[in-house]
Write a protein that binds this ligand. Structure first.
Ligand SMILES: Nc1ncnc2c1ncn2[C@@H]1O[C@H](COP(=O)(O)OP(=O)(O)OP(=O)(O)O)[C@@H](O)[C@H]1O
Ligand SMILES: [Mg+2]
Length: 455
C-alpha cells in the first residue's frame, strides 16, 4: 500500500498498473465479500462505522421494524417477526424440516411483498422446486439460486437486494479464496462473517441453515452462534409428526418462546391446541407415567413423564434420561432414596419425556420423582393426576410459578386430580380455590406424602 499517487509499481516495475483504494476498501479486517463487491454502497442499515463515540443517552432509539413471516408460530419464536438486516441461524437434525420451514416462510413473505432469495447449496433447483410445489409455494418474488460459491452468492445478493436471503445450508458454501474445504471452521468463519456483513450493511435479513451433530450441537464452531443475532433449533423426532422450533438466543426478543408445528403432507402446520399436543389419551394412570404442566414461554404444555425401573444385571445401575437434565434426575433419585425410603441403588432407571420435547422447568421435578417411584412400586396415581412441584434436597415440595395458568389448562383438558405443594394453599389461595371447583387438589409438603398417594 502506498500513501500517495504513483505511476510506476515499485514491485514489478510496470506503469499505470496501480489502483486507488479507499480507506474502507483497504481495511484488512473487513469481510472479503464486502471488499471485493463494495457492499457498503448498499442500503445503509446498521453501518455506524464513521460515527464518533457518543454518550449513550444521545443515541437515537433503534426501532426494530419486523417483517411478518405469515407463519404465526415462526413469528412467535423470532420475537414478533424477521428483523431487517438481522442474521438468523436455524439448526436441526437431518430431515426434521428445516428446508420445508424456509420454503413455506419464503412463500408467505413473498406473498406479503418481500423479495426472498433462497440459496440452495445442498439440493438442485429442481429438487427445491419439487418440494415447493408439494408445499404450494410458487410466488414470483421467491427466487431460487443453486450455488455454493460465496462470491457468486454475494453478487446475487447485491444485485437482487432481497429483503430476506436464506442459505440452505451454510456448511456447503465456500469462499473460493480460502483453500479449506466447505464446512471447515475456517470456511464457516469466512462465509458467515461475509454474509452477516452484507446483511448488516445492505438491510437484507440472512437466514442460515446449520446442521446438527449427533450430540445435538450445531456442527462447526460455537462461533456461528456467537456471530448471528438469533439462534433457532428444531426439536422433536422424525418418527413423530410434531416439531418444535426453540429459540436459544435472540438479540431482538426473548428466548423463552417455542413454535409448535405438525409435519404433514402439505408441510408444517401450526398447532392450534398446543397444551394437549404431547398428551396421549389414557383412561387410567399407568404406573410410571405422570403428567405435568410445563411452561414454554407464554404457553403451558402438558407433558407426560415416563419412567421405568428394572433390576440391574451388571452391578452398576444405569440411568438413561431423555428430554430432561440427567443431573437433575440423579438428584431426584437420591432424594427418593433418602427422603421417601425407596431402594433404587440396584435398579436401572430410565426417564423419558414423551414426544421428544425438552423440559427444563423445575416444576416437573415431582412428576419425574412420582413416575420413578410409581414404576418401582408398580403403582399409579389416583385418576390421571397432574403433578406440579419443584423438589428440594430435603424432599420438600417447593412452589411453582404461573400456577393459575397451569391449573387452568389442566382443568380445561379434563384433569380431575392435581398434586400441588402445600404452600400454594396460602400463597395462591385464589388459584387453588378455583382449581378445587373442577378438580380434587392434593396438597403435599414433601415427596414422602406424595409417594403415599400412589395406589
Ligand atoms: N412427499 C412427502 N410427503 C410428506 N412429507 C414429506 C414428503 N417429503 C418429505 N416429507 C417430510 O419432510 C421431511 C424432510 O423435510 P426437509 O427436507 O425440510 O428437512 P431438512 O431438515 O431440510 O433435512 P436436511 O437436513 O436433509 O436438509 C421428511 O422427514 C418428511 O417428514
Ligand atoms: Mg434441507
Amino acid at each position: 500500500m502506498q500513501p500517495k499517487w504513483m505511476g510506476k509499481c515499485p514491485d514489478c516495475g510496470t506503469w499505470d498498473s496501480m489502483e486507488e483504494l479507499t480507506e474502507a476498501t483497504a481495511d484488512p479486517h473487513r469481510p472479503k465479500a464486502a471488499v471485493s463487491e463494495g457492499a457498503s454502497g448498499g442500503r445503509a442499515f446498521l453501518s455506524e462505522d464513521d460515527l464518533p463515540a457518543r454518550p449513550i443517552g444521545e443515541i437515537p432509539p433503534f426501532e426494530t421494524p419486523r417483517i411478518s413471516s405469515g407463519i404465526g408460530e415462526f413469528d412467535r419464536v423470532l420475537g414478533g417477526g424477521v428483523v431487517p438486516g438481522s442474521a438468523i441461524l436455524l439448526g436441526g437434525d437431518p430431515g426434521i424440516g428445516k428446508s420445508t420451514l424456509l420454503i413455506q416462510a419464503g412463500e408467505q413473505l413473498a406473498r406479503r411483498g418481500s423479495r426472498v432469495l433462497y440459496v440452495t447449496s445442498e439440493e438442485s433447483a429442481q429438487q427445491t422446486q419439487l418440494r415447493a410445489r408439494r408445499l404450494g409455494a410458487g410466488h414470483e418474488k421467491l427466487l431460487v439460486y443453486a450455488q455454493c460459491n460465496l462470491e457468486k452468492i454475494s453478487r446475487q445478493i447485491q444485485k437482487l437486494r432481497p429483503d430476506i436471503c436464506m442459505i440452505d445450508s451454510v456448511q456447503m458454501i465456500y469462499q473460493p479464496t480460502n483453500t479449506s474445504p466447505p464446512g471447515s471452521v475456517s470456511q464457516l468463519k469466512d462465509c458467515c462473517s461475509d454474509l452477516i456483513y452484507l446483511a448488516k450493511t445492505g438491510g437484507t435479513a440472512v437466514c442460515l441453515v446449520g446442521h446438527v451433530t449427533k450430540q445435538g450441537m450445531l456442527a462447526g464452531p460455537k462461533l456461528l452462534e456467537h456471530i448471528v443475532d438469533t439462534v433457532l433449533y428444531f426439536e422433536g423426532d422424525t418418527h413423530h409428526d410434531h416439531r418444535i422450533v426453540r429459540c436459544v438466543k435472540n438479540r431482538f426478543g426473548g428466548t423463552l418462546e417455542v413454535g409448535l408445528f405438525r409435519m404433514g403432507q402439505a408441510g408444517l402446520e401450526p398447532v392450534d391446541d398446543a397444551a394437549s399436543l404431547f398428551l396421549e389419551p389414557h383412561a387410567e394412570a399407568p404406573s410410571g407415567s405422570v403428567v405435568t404442566a410445563a411452561l414454554q414461554g407464554s404457553r403451558v404444555l402438558l407433558v407426560e413423564v415416563q419412567a421405568l425401573t428394572a433390576e440391574s444385571m451388571l452391578g452398576a445401575a444405569r440411568r438413561k434420561v431423555s428430554g430432561c437434565d440427567s443431573g437433575r434426575v440423579a438428584m431426584i433419585i437420591a432424594v427418593l432414596e433418602k427422603r421417601a425410603g425407596l431402594r433404587l441403588v440396584d435398579q436401572d432407571v430410565f426417564v423419558n419425556i414423551v414426544g421428544g420435547i425438552k423440559v427444563t422447568d423445575p416444576s416437573g421435578d415431582a412428576a419425574i420423582a412420582l413416575a420413578i417411584a410409581g414404576s418401582a412400586m408398580k403403582r399409579g396415581l389416583p385418576g390421571r393426576a397432574l403433578v406440579l412441584a419443584e423438589l428440594g434436597l430435603l424432599g420438600e415440595f417447593r412452589g411453582v410459578s404461573n400456577l393459575s395458568q397451569r391449573l387452568g389448562e389442566a382443568s380445561r383438558l379434563g384433569f380431575k386430580q392435581v398434586i400441588l405443594p402445600a404452600r400454594h394453599s396460602a400463597n395462591d389461595s385464589a388459584a387453588v380455590k378455583e382449581a378445587q371447583r373442577t378438580m380434587q387438589v392434593h396438597l403435599c409438603q414433601t415427596i414422602d406424602q406424595a409417594v403415599r398417594l400412589l395406589e
